[in-house]
Design a protein around this ligand. Structure first.
Ligand code: PLP
Length: 447
């Protein structure tokens, strides 16, 4: 590694050589690019020594802080044992132990784990597996997928096809196989006098109408359980998941839940599905599962699905692979992450953390320029009331820049401000986060 230079050097060199993700690069003529030097706990530091509270867990992946001593120690040990081995024809301790533990966390309902690297590749796997399982069962007409309005499942061609965010999807429309889009159970859509459960029932009726008409052609419905994050932290009642599970059983449609963003304790339980007391046919996991250390994703599935592929005929097998499938380092980071959940009673301690931050955010919740203040587990969100479309269009970028000036890493989605901090936030950090979020909001609304 070269010696540390100033932040400005790295920024200039990055802008010349790195194409940054999810970014209109021209915006960096005005929007800051931060060159991170190192991280500790909930904080990131740049090369000039400025610090930023990572209030969105570095795109929702970091659970136990940066440079976590326990995960570091496990990874260092693993580095000296085995950095990687292919998973076709070979296996290794970390991938076996991780698969066993995850399966047992589903009460062994989801008995097999298939591995990949990023979230989108887990979604691709679930979609392909569903389609292929029906084909192997002699139901080759079941080829369509259903997704929810506002859904987000990743950027690869298959995952984008079941995504319903125009900004990410529209440019690639001609490349994508159309999915059927059903109503979102987003509780913000409640009509006068309706509860979140009423909205859930209404949205489930939409699913039923489609299934009743086309179940013979539908392979699966894919859902982000409890919180549709990328569309703007749209939250729904767990009842929706129960209703869809029952419909999937009745009409013989697979249920894929994408817990890539909401799994690993983010909504209060380890799996979001637990709050509805249901299990899907496929469960996609990524992001937090490696503690935010290494790219790791996986699909957990039921034994019936696994058995549908088990045969002497090679073509009935699931012949999907990625070079880094089940990487031992990534699996070891995941095992360390699961150990922290167990040893530190994380889910219970997060309840207290969540109550503290919710209380500290109360003034924002009551602010007349705010609507739909909402929280589930370790996710908080509110929508800024910004009637001027031009100001609304730049709200996120202006907020991001103002947040950095106030030592916060926050990136609103449109006019939705959200917090998704790591599970190591102390009381002082919580208070600072709430106070500064309010200050930044004031600055941005008044500017
Ligand atoms: C629900 C959901 N699914 C899939 C993805 C895609 O994951 P990745 O960016 O790792 O490909 C994301 C990413 O934000 C997500 O939030």
């Amino acid at each position: 590694m070269e010696a540390d230079n100033s932040a400005t050097d790295w920024v200039a060199r990055s802008l010349k050589s790195v194409w940054h993700p999810c970014t209109q690069m021209q915006h960096h003529e005005t929007v800051p690019l931060v060159a991170v030097s190192h991280g500790r706990g909930a904080w990131l530091y740049d090369h000039d020594g400025k610090r930023y509270l990572d209030a969105i867990s570095s795109w929702w992946v970091n659970l136990f802080g940066h440079a976590n001593a326990r995960i570091n120690a496990e990874l260092k040990d693993q580095l000296d044992r085995l950095e990687h081995a292919m998973l076709a024809g070979f296996t290794h301790e970390p991938v076996v132990r991780l698969s066993e533990q995850l399966s047992s966390m589903t009460g062994n309902v989801l008995g097999h784990a298939f591995y990949a690297s990023d979230g989108a590749s887990a979604v691709e796997i679930a979609l392909k597996m569903s389609f292929h399982a029906w084909r192997n069962a002699g139901r080759a007409t079941k080829q369509e997928f259903v997704c929810l309005k506002g859904s987000y499942h990743g950027e690869t061609i298959g995952a984008l096809a079941v995504t319903d965010v125009a900004l990410f999807k529209d440019a690639y429309g001609p490349l994508l196989r159309a999915a059927r889009v059903v109503a979102s159970p987003d509780a913000r859509g409640a009509l006068e006098g309706e509860s979140a459960q009423d909205v859930a029932r209404r949205a489930a009726n939409d699913v039923e109408a489609l299934f009743a008409e086309r179940a013979d052609h539908i392979a699966a419905i894919i859902i982000e359980p409890l919180v549709q994050c990328a569309t703007g932290m749209a939250m729904h009642d767990p009842l929706y998941l129960q209703l869809v599970r029952a419909l999937c059983d009745r009409y013989q449609v697979h249920m894929i839940v994408d817990e890539i963003a909401v799994g690993c304790g983010r909504t209060g339980t380890f799996f979001a599905c637990e709050q509805a007391a249901i299990w899907p046919d496929f469960l996609c996991l990524s992001k937090g599962i490696s503690g935010g250390y290494l790219p790791l994703s996986l699909v957990l599935t039921r034994d019936e699905i696994y058995q549908a592929f088990y045969s002497t005929d090679v073509t009935r097998g699931f012949l999907h692979s990625h070079s880094y499938t089940g990487n031992p380092l990534a699996c070891r980071a995941a095992l360390a992450t699961l150990a922290i959940f167990r040893d530190d009673d994380v889910l219970n301690r997060n309840k207290l953390r969540a109550a503290n931050l919710t209380a500290a955010l109360a003034p924002l919740a009551d602010d007349p320029r705010v609507r739909h203040f909402r929280q589930r587990g370790m996710i908080w969100a509110f929508d800024a009331i910004e009637p001027d479309p031009a100001r609304a269009a730049t709200f996120s970028r202006r907020f991001f820049a103002a947040a950095l000036e106030n030592e916060l890493l926050l990136r609103p989605i449109g006019t939705t401000v959200y917090l998704m901090p790591p599970y190591v936030l102390g009381d002082d950090e919580s208070a600072l986060l709430a106070e500064r979020t309010r200050k930044v909001f004031d600055q941005v609304m008044q500017a």
